[in-house]
Design a protein around this ligand. Structure first.
Ligand code: MN
Length: 720
């Protein structure tokens, strides 16, 4: 176990300005918090966070990351709270620890949720700060190193699979080659021990046959390069058992053919020397065709740069050569952590330390290498998504801003239609609550519940919106059907004809409608006039009414019905004469206000539009009286709601006149909700102003006040 002063020394070796007090504090805090807890190995639990911090010192991370590593299991596994950590170590560390804790929590979701790709996305999306991911990877690495202590076969296997599917690719994704290789090999040993043993045995045999080939080849390569005037450091290694195994799987070759098991790294001083060294190698040794790759001019998406080639080496062994500069090497081994060090000269305190993160995002975003295993793992792509879980652990992927209702519909249409409430992480929350990454959501349903039209205002997914609309349409259809029936009864009665189902049925074909119900709806929506239907059923009715008298449809029934339960449909506006449940809205042409005489027009597919009685638009409906609804403001109810009235104002184009105007409106308790300049000359502004007022009298008062203002040339209510 690394001791306290050793850890601080290690950090100070690369960061002389390290936060010694913070690191010491975190060390002691974690040690106390974990107390006598033990690991599966029998070691004190506290050895784990210290080892994780130790691993991270190799990546020269900042003090906050080291502190986070020390504290990373305290919230989940001890009585310490996030607030304690914030109080002791400040906001930055608290946020990082919180991030790691959340990642740890999602590890315990069921396997179903962990389809590798989704889970990788989730981890990326939740690692809003890349340091969270660094700590998590180091945490996983130490857990893998000590995996053999865990007794349960099943648990070991699960952790190993997860490492292989999720964490190793993530490490590769952010360019941490070293961690990736070790994670993979540790997981391989657990998942397929026989295969690994076989590979290791083969390696031993090859080693016996060829003697100590690696040092020999290193010596010869170094010499050859030096003879050609290139200063280089040559390192050689056997490839990891897992990477050999994977190559065997991929190329379907057996152990016998597999000779390409050694890789040599040639580190030189400049990019120029990289290409020179490549030339030397290709000159001195026979080239293995198809193995040359130039990742210097075409870096990998994770930033990796090197020249790769394969040659038949000094002893006719196939060997792999990687040629790169020192900087490229550090990037290859340390990934993002290297960016950190080289680009910033150590972590900065002013937030610029995130520049490398942006660069990384940039690299990921522009990656288009088809060989990329994780083509979808672009962090940026996930900024607009949230990942949540069902109580069973299924992962539900939603756009950012999605609410519990979106979640419900994503689970199943029926669940959405019948949802009455939602528990987020066990707590009952309003349906409109926006979901966050990692939330576990349980939808409470009731068979009696139906979709609420107001949900449409906050859902963001197409599926939820479509289902809600569908339901609203069905409900509206019923209302239109009622209205249509009533219109037809009147139309027929006025003309002295009998309205029968049989008669309507006979006219369906002529009207190109499928059912009588459809016909009622068409009439109710205003797509078909009562008169047209009458003439379709009784062609002679046309002649009988040739004097062109309009059939007046008093709609007594409709008018007498008071608005009751469907108050919401009209936005809470008390109007008499509306059909219950019908969609109602105010016309944009005349902006009716309480106190105005009003009339409703049944508009195709849009329910009832309310106009002022003197609106010019009404002329267009002169020959369709059956579409008119006689409406009146309900004076019985108190008026609290504000309505938009529109005035047409001309003011002098002079300094301060617009200010005077708005002051005047505000003084009179009006609120400008919209203002549009429709004409602007050197002398005057001509504009339309929408003002929120209580009723027509309120607007009239404002108009009067404006007229009195010296800046105002003319003002009148805008209509039509
Ligand atoms: Mn841990």
């Amino acid at each position: 176990m690394i001791r306290q002063f050793e850890l601080v020394e290690r950090v100070k070796a690369y960061d002389p300005n390290a936060d010694e007090v913070g690191i010491n504090g975190a060390y002691v805090f974690a040690m106390k918090a974990h107390g006598s807890q033990k690991r599966a190995s029998g070691d004190p639990y506290f050895s784990h966070p210290i080892e994780v911090a130790g691993i991270l010192t190799s990546y020269r991370v900042d003090s906050a990351t080291i502190e986070t590593a020390l504290l990373h299991d305290t919230i989940e596994d001890t009585v310490a709270t996030l607030e304690d950590i914030r109080a002791h170590f400040g906001n930055e560390v608290a946020q990082l620890v919180d991030g790691v804790t959340k990642l740890t929590r999602i590890e315990f979701q069921s396997d179903r949720a962990k389809q590798a790709e989704n889970f990788r996305k989730l981890v990326l999306a939740m690692s809003e700060d890349i340091r969270v991911l660094l700590v998590k990877l180091a945490d996983r690495l130490h857990n893998m190193r000590t995996l053999h202590y865990i007794k349960s076969d099943e648990k070991r296997r699960r952790i190993a699979m997860e490492t292989m599917d999720i964490y190793a690719p993530l490490a590769e994704r952010i360019g941490m080659q070293e961690i990736k290789t070790e994670l993979e090999d540790l997981a391989f040993a657990e998942i397929n021990p026989e295969a690994r043993r076989a590979v290791v045995k083969r390696l031993d045999t090859l080693r016996e046959q060829g003697g100590e080939l690696v040092p020999k080849i290193i010596g010869e390569l170094t010499e050859t390069l030096s003879e050609n005037g290139i200063e280089a450091e040559v390192n050689g290694r056997e490839k990891s058992p897992y990477s050999i195994w994977r190559k065997m799987q991929k190329h379907d070759v057996g152990f016998e053919q597999l000779s390409d098991i050694m890789a040599f790294r040639i580190t030189v001083n400049s990019i120029e020397d990289c290409y020179k060294a490549l030339g030397v190698a290709h000159n001195a040794y026979r080239v293995v065709p198809g193995r040359f790759k130039d990742y210097i001019s075409m870096p990998k998406p994770n930033g990796y740069q090197s020249l790769h080639t394969g040659v038949f080496g000094p002893h006719q062994q196939r060997i792999e050569l990687q040629i790169r500069t020192r900087v490229m090497h550090d990037v290859a081994e340390l990934g993002v952590a290297a960016h950190w060090n080289y680009k910033q000269g150590g972590p900065a305190k002013d937030g610029t330390q995130y520049r490398w993160l942006r660069e990384l995002l940039d690299i990921l975003e522009h990656a288009s290498d088809p060989e990329e295993v994780l083509e979808h793992s672009k962090m940026e792509m996930f900024q607009d998504q949230v990942f949540c879980f069902t109580p069973r652990g299924d992962l539900i992927n939603l756009p950012r801003g999605a609410t519990t209702v979106d979640f419900a519909y994503a689970v199943h249409s029926e669940v959405g239609d019948h949802c009455v409430g939602a528990k987020i992480n066990g707590k009952m929350m309003p349906l409109r609550t926006e979901l966050r990454n990692g939330d576990q959501v349980e939808i409470v349903t009731s068979k009696a519940q139906t979709p609420n039209p107001t949900w449409e205002r906050f859902v963001v997914t197409g599926k939820a919106r479509a289902r809600i609309r569908r339901f609203v349409r069905l409900q509206e259809r019923e209302e239109y059907e009622k209205l249509g029936r009533s219109i037809l009864q009147r139309s027929f009665k006025e003309a002295d004809y009998e309205l029968t189902e049989k008669g309507l049925n006979a006219a369906l074909k002529k009207l190109t409608l499928a059912t009588v119900d459809d016909l009622y709806v068409a009439v109710g929506m205003g797509n078909q006039s009562g008169r047209e239907v009458l003439e379709a059923v009784y062609p002679r009715a046309k002649r009988k009414n040739k004097d062109g008298d309009d059939i007046v449809v008093p709609l007594a029934e409709a008018r007498s019905r008071k608005r009751g339960k469907d108050k919401g449909e009209g936005g809470g506006v008390p109007i008499q004469g509306l059909i219950p449940g019908m969609a109602m809205h105010f016309a944009g042409c005349c902006h009716p206000l309480p106190g105005d005489r009003i009339v409703g027009i049944v508009t195709t597919g849009r329910g009832v539009t309310v106009h002022t009685i003197d609106c010019d638009t009404l002329e267009g409906y002169g020959d369709e009286p059956e579409r008119w609804l006689d409406l009146a403001w309900d004076r019985g109810e108190a008026q609290h709601d504000l309505h938009v009235g529109r005035v047409h104002v001309t003011v002098a184009n002079a300094p301060g006149s617009l200010g005077d105007l708005s002051t005047m409106i505000a003084k009179n308790d009006g609120n400008i909700s919209n203002l549009k300049i429709i004409n602007r000359s050197t002398d005057f502004f001509d504009m339309l102003i929408d003002v929120e007022v209580r009723d027509v009298k309120h607007l009239t008062d404002i108009i009067a006040a404006l007229r009195a203002s010296p800046a105002v040339n003319s003002v009148e209510r805008a209509k039509g």
